[in-house]
Design a binder for this molecule. Structure first.
Ligand code: SF4
Length: 256
């Protein structure tokens, strides 16, 4: 049987590949998920977040200098966390590739009860020399609009970030790695308040305030959600529009 991805095919008995962003789509709106995965309707694309992507590339490049060594980055040493060292593994680069995650060696796991192959792309993994466990690390970028506000994980919309971490730790544990239940979010906050010159003679330099936020994962939602996804994929009709979705209410009003 060929790989089972893209539009869902109930005749294909290979595990159906779902990235964590598709799983997040289901959590947010089963109707959107169904229309995309079962009906093959492509939703309008949105432009990429290129500056966020650039901070990811630069952070990884900095941590790569210490990958597999016995020392770590000054940022972690300064926080008293010199026991966290960027982890090296023959498949590490494959784990960071979210596109085509289904291929061999990548960051995925087949959940047999739902026959879903779930995974994604990691930003980083750090090895804890004290506990000999791995920590999954996710880089995030923002620029806070209120001066002096500390970065936290409290905002309601950051539940998606937490689910991302839950899923990645779960997959890596299922792959057999000794992964800690504590993940880390490394936040870059583009500083728009401090008094510094942004524009130089030929270039501009933005400063970022950095925060490292630990997070204790919660696996409780994962398997029930995968089972609901399986049921949704095999439904013959589209679930109702989500009651809190303004677009959905609009379409219901139009009787679409
Ligand atoms: S309109 Fe709203 S509720 Fe309907 S499918 Fe799209 S996001 Fe979901």
């Amino acid at each position: 049987m060929p790989r089972h991805r893209g539009t869902y095919n109930p005749e294909n008995h290979e595990a159906y590949e779902l990235s964590r962003s598709r799983i997040e789509n289901f959590v947010k709106c089963p109707a959107c998920f169904y229309l995309t995965q079962v009906k093959g309707i492509k939703f309008p694309s949105i432009p990429g977040f290129n500056i966020n992507e650039a901070t990811d590339v630069l952070l990884k490049r900095d941590f790569d200098k210490y990958r597999g060594t016995k020392t770590t980055h000054d940022f972690l040493i300064n926080l008293g966390m010199e026991h966290l060292v960027p982890f090296d593994h023959p498949d590490f680069e494959l784990w960071t590739q979210s596109m085509h995650f289904g291929a061999k060696g990548r960051m995925h796991f087949v959940h047999e009860a739902s026959n879903l192959k779930v995974g994604g792309g990691l930003d980083d993994v750090w090895f804890n020399t004290k506990t000999e466990q791995l920590h999954i690390v996710d880089y995030k970028s923002t620029s806070q609009k209120t001066e002096g506000m500390e970065i936290t994980l409290q905002d309601k919309w950051k539940a998606a970030y937490k689910r991302q971490m839950d899923l990645y730790v779960w997959v890596m544990q299922k792959k057999g790695f000794n992964v800690s239940s504590t993940g880390y979010f490394l936040y870059c906050d583009g500083d728009r308040f401090s008094n510094y010159s942004f524009l130089k003679q030929q270039e501009a330099t933005m400063k970022f305030k950095m925060s490292l936020l630990p997070y204790e994962v919660d696996f409780g939602w994962i398997e029930p959600t995968l089972m609901k996804i399986k049921d949704c994929l095999n439904q013959t009709s589209c679930p109702n529009h989500h009651e809190e979705c303004e677009y959905g209410q609009f379409l219901v009003a139009l009787n679409i």
